[in-house]
Design a binder for this molecule. Structure first.
Ligand SMILES: NC(=O)c1ccc[n+]([C@@H]2O[C@H](COP(=O)([O-])OP(=O)(O)OC[C@H]3O[C@@H](n4cnc5c(N)ncnc54)[C@H](OP(=O)(O)O)[C@@H]3O)[C@@H](O)[C@H]2O)c1
Length: 364
């Protein structure tokens, strides 16, 4: 068989504000020879599905600007969480036919050495696990689940809820939790974690369909952050304050949330998506943190993986397979859909406006 095309998604242009169709581009110039003899320990992976996540906007910056994850180099393939199949192998660790989960370049075929212990250790520092985790998938979930509810976003909600939600003074008497961006992959699992722990859950989302989904998975009160008044809603629904505020969105809305926090409450700062395309709004009432003795935790999910990783994989995939935990996905078909899908994700227009949940790109 002659060499075949090996398309990638490259970081084409630094976005100014919202990403455009120029930010990411498909590059079909590279080829790969799948017949070529592999070296000892070499493998070839074929992408099965890849994830688009809001944090990737933060990687689309100038390379000299430091952050917790490295900037994407211009004109090179971007990467992120994905599932791939080992289609050729000279590694005893990764046999042909197995599926792996890891942080992968968004290139259809990936020829590489099987990860070394050093690479696994380095990966664990940023992403919490081995570079390429073999997925047994005993629950027979669709592979895409492993980049969503059973992958990084699911871990985020599960691990950080367990680590940071217990409210000092209120342990055993769960009260009110508030979760913004409630219909997304992180928010929807956070809602279900909070309900399981007995909270009254208030959530917010940006459309009727997303609001209905939050209610279907257990949220008690859901408002539309574009049209409703959160000040009135919190005053009515959480008169004694919000005990756990799970922050996905941040921005000016956070002022109102702080004003309605309960004393000794928890503020779990998971993300601040309102500012990913620009500057953050100034928050003028941060003294509430002192006045209310709030416990404010920022975190990156990989930090929690050593503590909760095996518990997560032994419980969450089963709960997803049985339907005990619910999730929603928006699937796009083909790497070439990524530039538009990423715009849709940040704008809350998943699937072109009709979808909700985890944005997944399948490579058939
Ligand atoms: N700390 C960590 O380790 C970690 C790991 C994963 C994710 N996160 C963070 O968790 C949050 C949720 O992630 P996710 O993957 O579940 O994404 P997501 O909820 O699917 O993110 C997209 C949604 O964000 C909402 N949004 C965007 N801009 C907004 C704005 N200006 N105001 C209000 N809502 C806005 C939209 O909600 P509507 O559709 O309802 O309008 C949109 O659908 C993000 O902040 C992400 O960065 C953190």
């Amino acid at each position: 068989m002659p060499p075949i095309s090996n398309p990638s998604i490259i970081f084409n242009e630094l976005p100014k504000g919202e990403p455009t169709l120029e930010t990411l581009k498909i590059d079909e110039s590279a080829q790969i020879d799948l017949e070529e003899e592999l070296k000892e320990n070499e493998i070839i992976l074929k992408l099965v599905c890849v994830s688009l996540d809001p944090y990737m906007r933060g990687r689309m910056r100038e390379e000299h600007i430091k952050s917790y994850s490295p900037a994407f180099p211009l004109n090179k393939p971007i990467g992120g969480h994905g599932v791939a199949k080992v289609i050729k192998s000279k590694s005893s660790r990764y046999e042909e036919g197995v599926h792996i989960y890891g942080v992968l370049p968004y290139t259809t075929y990936i020829r590489r050495m099987a990860p070394t212990e050093q690479e696994d250790a380095q990966n664990a520092k940023f992403f919490g696990g081995p570079a390429l985790k073999i997925l047994k998938n005993e629950e027979n979930l669709s592979w895409s689940t492993y980049i969503g509810a059973a992958g990084m976003p699911g871990k985020t909600a599960y691990m950080a809820w367990k680590e940071y939600s217990p409210v000092q003074g209120h342990i055993g008497q769960a009260k009110v939790a508030y979760i913004s961006a409630g219909s997304g992959p992180v928010g929807s699992l956070a809602i279900q974690m909070a309900k399981k722990d007995g909270y009254k859950v208030i959530a917010s989302a940006g459309s009727d369909k997303k609001i209905q989904f939050c209610k279907d998975i257990g949220a008690d009160v859901v408002f539309n952050y574009k049209t409703d008044n959160p000040d009135e809603i919190f005053a009515k629904e959480a008169p004694e304050g919000i005990d756990v505020n799970w922050v996905n969105v941040g921005g000016k809305a956070f002022e109102t949330e702080l004003a309605h926090s309960a004393s000794h409450g928890r503020v779990i700062v998971c993300g601040w998506i309102s500012a990913y395309n620009g500057k953050s709004d100034g928050i003028t009432n941060l003294f509430q943190i002192v006045a209310k003795r709030l416990h404010v935790n920022g975190f990156i999910v990989g930090d929690l993986e050593p503590k909760y990783g095996s518990e997560f994989y032994s419980t969450v995939p089963k709960a997803l397979a049985s339907g005990e935990v619910k999730f929603s996905e928006v699937k796009y078909d083909g790497l070439d859909k990524i530039p538009q899908a990423f715009i849709d994700l940040l704008a809350g227009k998943q699937g072109g406006g009709d979808g909700l949940g985890k944005v997944v790109i399948e490579i058939k």
